[in-house]
Design a protein around this ligand. Structure first.
Ligand SMILES: Nc1nc2c(c(=O)[nH]1)N[C@H]1C(S)=C(S)[C@@H](COP(=O)(O)O)O[C@H]1N2
Ligand SMILES: [Mo]
Length: 322
């Protein structure tokens, strides 16, 4: 009988989650009581209270919206030690072990292509944008899920600042290319830098999110510091980490995994239990940190966000556009 290290419930984890939830209820109650009054200030206090273990710098929140419903967040420890980030190593634990190499300052993000106001934005200025917390169920393509209290801002609102033109049909994202800071790039596993793409209406959807932190603190390197994408209705690989470039383009971009194995990874990558990966079923997944035997549960179409996003794909054959 095999127990996954991540399939066991540890007493500490239950306690942490309960404490966290209670705190959250208190804060929410506090916010309701003070509605309309000093919202920024109350939000900031909420941010300070809803934190992780204090390993990283805090981010002040201006608001919160719990898109994950009542889901209890996965323990900080799981979220930050079970990662995929090939530029920092190949095992699930390697990115956390190698994250010190990833220096995140100085850091800037270049926005270019089909837009009226292209520009370079410094990470410090990005962190000054309104930061909110969102709890999403985050899926990974290899059949696990976690519930993450991300901190960041809506992607669409950010993109609008650069005034995309009518030719901007897609958005292309690129990770930093720097084999010193991302030593995994010394080996050609993928054609670096890591690239991803979204259709412009997907990028503008209110659920599409740019994360700068989690559990109230700036992102750890292994989670894609200082800035990464979170598209909660898609498989994990769409959520590109450590972004330095955003380009508005007319043609559908090719993402890194699609370039490597187009029969296995498509452009859309919407979570869909009815469309198996060629090498495995995608009907069920396990939630990290829950239950013995991996705490398996049924995978939902669009990762449970169908009400919000299904209309983006109406009339499309989701088997063809996987
Ligand atoms: N630059 C970059 N981004 C990346 C990856 C990567 O290897 N490099 N892995 C992807 C995959 S396959 C997954 S499942 C998620 C994992 O995110 P997490 O470690 O925060 O859970 O990041 C995605 N973003
Ligand atoms: Mo993944």
């Amino acid at each position: 009988m095999r127990f996954s290290r991540y399939g066991r419930i540890r007493p500490s984890e239950i306690t942490d989650q309960e404490v966290w939830r209670k705190r959250r209820q208190l804060i929410t109650a506090g916010m309701a009581a003070g509605a309309g009054l000093l919202l920024g200030g109350i939000g900031s206090q909420a941010g300070a209270a809803m934190t992780g273990p204090g390993k990283n710098r805090k981010i002040l929140l201006s608001g919160e919206s719990a898109y994950g419903g009542n889901l209890a967040p996965t323990e900080y420890e799981h979220i930050t030690t079970y990662n995929n980030f090939y530029e920092l190593g190949y095992g699930k634990e390697a990115p956390a072990e190698n994250a010190a190499a990833l220096k995140t300052r100085p850091w800037s993000v270049k926005v270019s292509g089909e837009c009226a106001r292209p520009g370079l934005m410094d990470m410090e200025d990005i962190l000054k944008l309104d930061q909110e917390e969102r709890i999403y169920r985050f899926r990974c393509v290899e059949a696990w899920a976690m519930v993450v209290p991300w901190v960041g801002f809506p992607l669409g609102k950010f993109l609008q600042r650069f005034q995309p033109t009518s030719k901007a049909k897609y958005v292309e994202f690129e990770t930093l290319y720097d084999p010193q800071r991302l030593p995994g790039q010394k080996r050609t596993v993928l054609d670096w830098p890591y690239r991803e793409g979204l259709r412009i209406d997907e990028a503008m959807h209110p659920l599409a999110f740019m994360a700068t932190g989690l559990y109230g603190e700036v992102l750890p390197g292994q989670n894609g510091a200082p800035l990464r994408l979170v598209i909660p209705w898609k498989y994990g690989f769409k959520n590109i980490k450590s972004i330095v470039s955003i380009r508005f383009v007319e043609k559908q971009p090719i993402n890194s995994w699609q370039a490597t194995a187009a029969n296995e990874y498509g452009f859309y990558a919407n979570v869909n239990p009815d469309v198996p990966h060629p090498r495995w079923s995608q009907k069920r997944h396990r939630v990290l940190g829950r239950g013995v035997f991996g705490g398996k549960e049924d995978t939902l179409l669009f990762n449970g966000y169908a009400d919000e996003v299904a209309s983006l794909y109406s009339g499309m054959d989701l088997r063809k556009y996987f």
